[in-house]
Design a protein around this ligand. Structure first.
Ligand code: ATP
Length: 238
């Protein structure tokens, strides 16, 4: 059964549509990569799902319940966590304080919260090492890990990542992708936005190409990666 469904969604900034009749579905436990050139509408898509932008038409459903029109806090409580482009860690706070801000009430009592934190530290050892340091002193790749860790502490059912490799050196991109593979192996559902399709083959089950605000192609990653259809679709809305 689909965890997330978009049914003919339109989103506009003023008179200009940024998403045109976009439909997609994401199954429980699946990783869907959304790729497309600059200005394709990828960030708009993540914001529309997270409740940060209203849909002018169409429906967004989580577990078959419409969630468009809900506030971002309510969408988060329903289990969607967004790691936005640019990471948005909190300035002036330590690594640990940043993590505490991500903790959901859904985590439960103190023991459950410590357990969740211990799991995060096991997955991201650098965050344990630097827990009392200022988050802004972390490198770009470490900040990306912090942003992902914070999102995970909300115990999401669906993790949305907007260009997690943006601006990172190749080795750090590898580390971020290792983390995504680990998360996928735990059964977490993931929607991964990337401008460049090169690395997504390592994590994605399915790929969707967005260009000019519309879905140009969609299919199994194993079928599409390295296929000329992917490149053609990528360029089609330019
Ligand atoms: P990038 O890879 O550059 O982040 P993207 O695929 O995420 O691109 P969006 O940021 O969703 O694309 O932008 C889609 C379109 O909407 C673009 O034409 C962009 O100029 C326009 N747009 C985005 N944000 C706004 C805004 N706040 N006001 C007006 N137009 C916007």
């Amino acid at each position: 059964m689909a965890l997330l469904e978009l049914d003919r969604v339109w989103v506009s900034y003023g008179p200009v549509p940024a998403l045109r009749d976009v439909s997609l579905s994401l199954e429980e436990g699946e990783t869907l990569a959304v790729v497309g050139p600059n200005g394709a509408g990828k960030t708009t898509l993540t914001l529309a799902i997270a409740g940060a932008l209203p849909a002018a038409a169409g429906t967004v459903r989580l577990d078959q319940r419409p969630i468009d029109g809900l506030r971002t806090e309510d969408v988060a409580l329903m289990g969607i966590a967004l790691v936005p482009e640019g990471r948005r860690i909190f300035d002036g706070l330590t690594v640990h304080e940043n993590l505490l801000l991500g903790m959901s009430r859904r985590l439960g009592d103190r023991a459950a919260r410590s357990k969740a934190l211990a799991e995060i530290h096991a997955m991201f050892p650098i965050l344990a090492e630097r827990r009392n340091g200022l988050a802004t002193r972390l490198s770009g790749g470490e900040q990306q890990q912090l942003a992902i860790a914070r999102a995970l502490l909300s115990r999401p059912r669906l993790l949305i990542l907007d260009e997690p490799s943006l601006g990172l050196a190749p080795l750090l991109v590898d580390r971020v992708y290792d983390v995504l593979r680990e998360l996928r192996a735990t059964g977490l559902s993931i929607l991964l936005v990337e401008q460049n399709p090169v690395r997504i083959g390592f994590v994605a089950d399915r790929v969707m190409v967005l260009s000019g605000g519309a879905v140009r192609l969609e299919g199994r990653a194993a079928d599409l990666l390295g296929d000329a259809r992917l490149e053609n679709a990528y360029l089609s809305g330019e």
